[in-house]
Design a protein around this ligand. Structure first.
Ligand code: SF4
Ligand code: SF4
Length: 440
């Protein structure tokens, strides 16, 4: 039983058994790969190829567009056919480089390195050049995250293996299948901080096999350990994880580094390992297909740029047309209206359901039961915040700490009156943040 946890949270149906025990399969993409230039937080990447250019797998095709940005690399060999706007998973249109796959999979020669022989700047440079970003969904450029203003105050590197989102099992599979890459990446990250900095691999207690494998992988390493956490959603939310492991609090005006912590997800740590040791950029990622609609839920290693539709086809398709398809998991993911969108570095899953229970629910009046308050990991009053949002009362929303919401959806999940609390709160939060940006 895990001993680390946070206050609040909920226990949704896990659904992990559908895909957890199936090994990761590599997928070859179709003819067209779409590389979005905005697949990270920060400035979009800038193309350094033109229509008609021949590219190799692993070749940089767009460079970072600023300090907070990341380059983009081709995941196949082929010809650049277009540079134009393409739809992303949220329905927006962003610039993209389109490559026609020549199906030869010819690659650039990667340049391996020994991390012990590299300086701090060289390690960060290799991570930056490889286009590593937070692959858990945030997409923040990792080289920037790993270079906080004062690295000496960072004493915890938390590797987020909690994977608390229902149905998702890609992190679990990576822990079982690539434990040495995880300890290898963590060892590199620890080199960037002081000698007392510790690496903690955080895993929920519903993953006993992963705990066993990772404990074995860290044994004999005095600066690494495995922390077993109680299974509870949203254990993997950055602030919840930091509080659970260190007891420290982080608010919306702070960075985790201000509380002495850096949090990276499993795939990101593996990408750091591959970037620094092998010189391999981010070209693919592990991706879960799950829910009750897919014929054969499982995990795939998919190239960046491949379309969601091709992944679903490779999985075996849907048993019947699903009422709901989500990019990500059911708690924090977003509804997909079109499967013809490309995988990015931050795309982790498709979950598809035959019935859309959420849209069918008819909200009724609040009965003041307090369940949303009990479930909120940020210790907020979701019922009040949602009411302020309904009445467009930004001042009260801020006064009641609406900006501290981490958009986890626990309040909506808990509400017996089926009120769309998280959606209302998130919408208001975005408005308040946009107004603040305008005033600056
Ligand atoms: S108010 Fe925000 S942080 Fe609290 S439960 Fe709802 S979505 Fe999560
Ligand atoms: S959980 Fe729903 S019904 Fe209960 S207090 Fe919150 S908003 Fe009201």
């Amino acid at each position: 039983m895990g001993s680390f946890t946070f206050k609040g949270g909920v226990h949704p149906f896990e659904g992990k058994e559908l895909s957890a025990e199936k090994p990761v399969e590599s997928l070859k993409p179709g003819k067209e790969l779409v590389y979005l230039l905005s697949q990270h937080i920060g400035a979009p990447a800038k193309p350094i190829v033109a229509k008609g250019d021949h590219v190799l797998a692993g070749q940089k095709i767009a460079e970072a567009g600023g300090f907070v940005s990341a380059p983009v690399h081709a995941s196949v060999s082929g010809t650049v056919t277009k540079i134009e706007k393409r739809k992303n998973a949220t329905g927006g249109y962003v610039d993209a480089i389109i490559v026609e796959n020549d199906e030869k999979y010819e690659s650039v020669a990667f340049e391996p390195a020994d991390p012990d022989a590299l300086s701090r700047d060289e390690i960060l440079g290799r991570i930056r050049e490889a286009g590593v970003v937070g692959m858990g969904g945030a997409g923040f450029p990792t080289a920037v995250k790993l270079a906080p203003k004062d690295p000496s105050i960072v004493d915890h590197i938390l590797v987020n293996g909690s994977e608390c989102e229902p149905y998702l099992t890609s992190d679990y599979r990576c822990m079982l299948d690539f434990p040495d890459k995880i300890t290898g990446g963590l060892e590199i990250i620890l080199k960037l901080f002081g000698p007392d900095c510790k690496g903690v691999i955080c895993i929920e207690d519903n993953k006993p096999k992963a705990i066993e494998v990772m404990r074995k992988a860290v044994s004999g390493r005095s600066n690494m350990s495995v922390a077993v956490m109680k299974t509870k959603y949203p254990e993997g939310a950055e602030r919840c994880l930091i509080h659970a492991i260190t007891g420290r609090s982080v608010n919306s005006r702070m960075l985790p580094a201000d509380a002495g912590c850096v949090v990276d997800n499993i795939d990101t740590v593996i990408a750091v390992n591959d970037a620094v040791r092998e010189g391999r950029p981010v070209m693919d990622r592990v991706f879960t297909v799950s829910g009750d609609a897919p014929v054969n839920p499982r995990n795939f290693r998919v190239p960046v740029g491949m379309s969601y539709a091709e992944i679903v086809e490779a999985e075996g398709g849907f048993k019947q047309t699903p009422e709901k398809v989500i990019s990500g998991g059911p708690m924090m993911g977003f509804a997909l209206s079109d499967l013809n969108v490309p995988v990015t570095k931050t795309s982790g899953a498709i979950t598809a359901f035959l019935k859309d229970e959420v849209s069918r629910a008819v909200p009724s009046a609040c009965i003041n039961c307090g369940r949303c308050v009990k479930g909120c990991p940020a210790r907020l009053l979701p019922c009040k915040l949602a009411s302020f949002a309904e009445h467009n009362n930004a001042a009260a929303f801020e006064e009641y700490y609406g900006l501290e919401c981490v958009n986890c959806g626990s309040c909506s999940y808990s509400c017996p009156a089926k009120r769309p609390l998280a959606a209302q709160i998130n919408k208001m939060r975005q408005i308040v943040l946009a107004n603040k940006r305008k005033k600056k």
